[in-house]
Design a protein around this ligand. Structure first.
Ligand SMILES: [Zn+2]
Length: 370
């Protein structure tokens, strides 16, 4: 064999070896790479993906729970049409995001829904507060003009202090203090008319409540309200100009006066029947001095159902509120007021009468008392 041939053969062998090495290396890379990739996938990528998915599901569940909690507030029938529409649109957006498990859209759309609800709620509470302020201002106008001339110096000082307090509450719009402050003022006025306070008088928005559930002490004897009497005179004068005669045939009734009346009714008709049209002593609105039984020219119809369809009764129903009087026992409200319809019984409440009249509610319903 020549040297040349030997060299050629050696070269061929080494070339073959190189090919083999490259092949093995490639296979090794593929196998090892595959194993490594799989290892990376199952060791790092897969758990990370599972954790993220879990995290997403947690977020979705969290917002689904929040939504369940918010739902009663979404269905608020005090929302106006515009608010209802806005809330409904925001709710649809949120529900769509939740259904699509869109983790990015769920929190933002929930926040938007909640904000829409909160904004509408705020608008309502502001409206309620504003209406409350008007109601309290109306009653305050009546109370602060109460005639204190026969009050003792101490009584008058107590009332004046409460008037100043109430004025400050109104000026500063301290909505949460309105109710207690005006009731304290009313009570400080009524203290003058009480010998002993054996039964607490119930006030709401500064107005005395006298009904079957809220009675007065036997010693509470305010007499006929001077303010109500003035208002009635004005009303009677205006009605007279229209050719109608109004007579306040029964106004203030003392505890003992009511007692003898009630006892007489019970003796005649039995207690059950008497309770439908007469009050037990201490519970008659007539004892407040603010209840006026009003009749027309025909005295035979006074305190009778025959008064219901008279011109005077119709005029009163349509106009009494302008003078501060409300129909106290309207038809169909016996279950609320405790009394059958009395077309003649009016209660003086002052300027708030118009608001109550416009609401179409009974005094109990308007003041939310039983
Ligand atoms: Zn009456």
């Amino acid at each position: 064999m020549s040297d040349t041939n030997q060299r050629k053969r050696r070269n061929k062998r080494s070339k073959l070896n190189m090919k083999r090495i490259v092949m093995v290396a490639l296979v090794a890379i593929i196998v090892v790479g595959g194993i490594g990739g799989t290892a990376i996938y199952f060791g790092i990528i897969a758990p990370a993906m599972a954790a993220a998915e879990l995290e997403n599901q947690k977020t979705l569940d969290e917002y689904a729970a929040k939504y369940t909690e918010l739902q009663p507030r979404i269905a608020n029938d005090k929302f106006n049409d515009e608010e209802k529409q806005a809330v409904s649109a925001a709710e649809t957006t949120f529900k769509t995001a939740l259904d699509n498990k869109d983790v990015n859209a769920v929190p933002t759309s929930y926040t938007s829904l909640e904000t829409t609800v909160v904004t509408a709620e705020k608008r309502i509470s502001n409206d309620v507060a504003a209406a409350s302020m008007t109601d309290y201002q109306d009653v305050f106008n009546m109370l602060k003009n109460h005639d204190l001339s026969d009050f003792t110096a101490d009584e008058e000082a107590a009332v004046q202090a409460n008037i100043a307090k109430m004025q400050a509450v109104l000026d500063n719009k301290q909505v949460d203090l309105l109710e207690t402050t005006i009731n304290e003022l009313a009570a400080s006025i009524d203290a003058h008319y009480m010998v002993e306070n054996d039964v607490a008088i119930t006030y709401k928005k500064g107005l005395i409540i006298a009904n079957k559930n809220n009675c007065m002490p036997s010693s509470y004897a305010p007499g006929e309200s001077a303010q109500a009497a003035v208002a009635f005179s004005q009303m009677a004068a205006d009605a007279a100009n229209e050719g109608l005669s109004l007579n306040d045939f029964s106004t203030y009734r003392s505890y003992s006066g009511q007692k003898s009346l009630y006892d007489r009714y019970v003796a005649a008709d039995g207690q059950e029947a008497a309770d439908r049209y007469s009050s037990r002593p201490g519970c008659s609105e007539h004892q407040t001095g603010l209840a006026f039984d009003i009749g027309g020219s025909n005295s035979a119809a006074w305190a009778e159902t025959t008064f219901d369809d008279t011109e005077e009764a119709i005029w009163l129903a349509n106009n009494a509120y302008k003078y501060g009087f409300i129909l106290r026992y309207p038809p169909g409200k016996e279950s609320v007021t405790g009394y059958m319809y009395e077309s003649w019984h009016y209660r003086y409440v002052g300027d708030i009468a118009k608001t109550i009249y416009d609401s179409g509610k009974t005094l109990e319903e308007y003041l939310e008392v039983e």
